[in-house]
Design a protein around this ligand. Structure first.
Ligand SMILES: *Cc1c(COP(=O)(O)O)cnc(C)c1O
Length: 342
């Protein structure tokens, strides 16, 4: 038996999918890049395909290859486009994949390698990350069969930010100039912000996994961490706990050491903000988080060696308190921990 694990809630994932679908009012392409934001792309895709999702976003052809076929009638969109010939064999082997082309060179290479095969376009409307300039869109549409024209918002999670309105305006001009294609702009935050960002297809990621990037977001937690008590000790008032002796017991205390640390993706900076559940008691983390261990003050709880302590991280709250983004917290978490879907 593993001494720590990540427990994932399929019902909550699907409920979050339904919330974004209803809020957007259009079909969704679910972002499952970075191995489903660290939760595991394959089980996420299986659950969302069963819920009706027919498009999935990954970063690279290698991620599309690792994912495999997402299920009947579904497409995989590769956000980093078709960058070179070395991807041609993968594109050949994965006919359900459409690259999201973001440069004129990618457009030319795709047109030459796969004449007539559909692709999507990414247009930069002000984020200055990936994307064609609006003026490059018409020539791209002449060269390839464009299914969806995308753009991406830089500040959708900051309500009232003027850049969002400027990007929306520029995207509307692109939409007017490309009547033959479908259009997509919204990430989770923009979906929460309202249907004027929806167009034909919306692209949630974080919100599906329990993140709440916008004040109007309403996602249920999808993951919790569970770790077993490796050792229990009673320490007297004034005793230090952990590296640096940064915490000393303010009273005689029961300290549980559990098998979870920063190498499991729980950053040291979170220590003051974390507490574990033991039965109906909340038990705070004390002292510094070690690589593979941390200490929990279980003085108020009934805990025995070998018991499981449970952490249901509230991503939005932890992000606000620690300064780490909800995306970093999620994608950092799951690398080493065994994952169990319920
Ligand atoms: C990752 C990504 C998304 C999903 O964004 P969230 O903020 O996680 O909802 C949508 N569109 C693009 C282009 C992305 O790269």
């Amino acid at each position: 038996m593993q001494p720590s694990r990540l427990v994932l809630d399929r019902t909550a994932l699907v409920a979050n999918y339904r919330w974004h679908e209803a809020r957007a009012g259009v079909p969704l392409a679910a972002a499952v890049k970075a191995d489903g934001y660290g939760l595991g792309a394959r089980p996420v895709v299986a659950a969302l395909h069963a819920a009706g999702c027919r498009a999935f976003l990954v970063s690279t052809f290698a991620e599309a290859d690792a994912l495999g076929h997402p299920g009947e009638g579904a497409s995989v969109l590769v956000l980093h486009g078709f960058t070179g010939e070395e991807e041609a064999p993968l594109a050949q082997r994965l006919p359900w994949v459409r690259p999201v082309l973001s440069t004129a060179r990618q457009v030319a290479r795709w047109a030459a390698a796969f004449p007539g095969r559909p692709a999507d376009l990414m247009v930069d409307t002000g984020m200055n990350r990936l994307g064609l300039a609006p003026a490059e869109v018409a020539p791209a549409c002449a060269a390839v069969a464009v299914a969806v024209v995308h753009s991406h918002l830089a500040t959708a999670d900051e309500p009232g930010h003027p850049l969002t309105e400027r990007q929306l305006e520029r995207f509307r001009e692109v939409v007017a100039a490309t009547p033959g294609a479908a259009h997509a702009l919204a990430n989770s935050a923009a979906i929460a912000a309202g249907p004027r960002f929806s167009f034909d297809l919306a692209r949630p990621g974080l919100g599906l996994y329990g993140g709440r990037p916008h004040p109007a977001s309403d996602s249920r937690p999808v993951l919790r961490l569970e770790a077993r008590v490796l050792q229990l000790r009673t320490v007297p008032k004034g005793a230090p706990v952990g590296y640096g002796a940064t915490w000393t017991a303010p009273r005689p205390s029961r300290i549980a050491t559990i098998n979870l640390g920063y190498a499991d993706g729980v950053p040291r900076a979170l220590a003051p903000h974390l507490s574990f559940g033991a039965g109906d008691r909340r038990c705070p983390v004390v002292g510094r988080i070690s690589m593979d261990l941390m200490a929990v003050d279980v003085t108020e709880a009934e805990v025995s060696e070998g018991d499981w302590l449970v952490l249901e991280p509230d991503l939005a709250r932890l992000s606000a308190r620690s300064g780490l983004s909800q995306y970093e917290l999620l994608t950092g978490l799951a690398r080493r921990l065994p994952r169990t879907w319920r």
